[in-house]
Design a protein around this ligand. Structure first.
Ligand SMILES: [Fe+2]
Ligand SMILES: [Fe+2]
Length: 137
């Protein structure tokens, strides 16, 4: 589901590592939602979801500081994308996951996967040259 490829690299080691970690948590979430043994995994799904949310907050804060410290001109619009992702993840109705675990779980994974992929490939990629030019790798 979440597969790292070189196209995702922003040529900044710390950021690439954090993006890989986001993929790893995403994959774990995908795995538990995909198990078809009929066992209720509500607690595990929520735990993975919270882990993903918390790690995303950590990563976004790190990335925003790097952009802001270096006077990146598109900082505000980039931050707005981060903020809307976090509020979307926070707004997930946890009781709904309980009732319709699989369906909601899958929709969620697809949303998260698409968002992360698009955001890295488009929005994060926009700072690559700017920050690399400032000597950040
Ligand atoms: Fe970003
Ligand atoms: Fe990022």
């Amino acid at each position: 589901m979440f597969k790292w490829k070189d196209d995702f690299s922003v040529n900044i080691e710390s950021i690439d590592d954090q993006h890989k970690e986001l993929f790893k948590i995403g994959n774990y979430l995908y795995e538990i939602v995909s198990i078809k043994d009929g066992i209720d995994r509500y607690d595990e799904i929520l735990e993975a979801l919270h882990k993903l949310r918390d790690y995303a907050v950590y990563h976004f804060t790190f990335e925003e500081k790097m952009m802001e410290d270096n006077g990146y001109p598109k900082f505000q619009q980039h931050k707005r994308q981060h903020d809307s992702f976090i509020s979307k993840v926070k707004s997930i109705d946890e009781e709904e996951i309980d009732e319709r675990q699989k369906k909601i779980g899958m929709d969620l994974i697809i949303f998260v996967a698409n968002w992360i992929e698009n955001h890295i490939l488009k929005t994060d990629m926009e700072y690559k040259e700017f920050l690399n030019d400032k000597g950040i790798y």
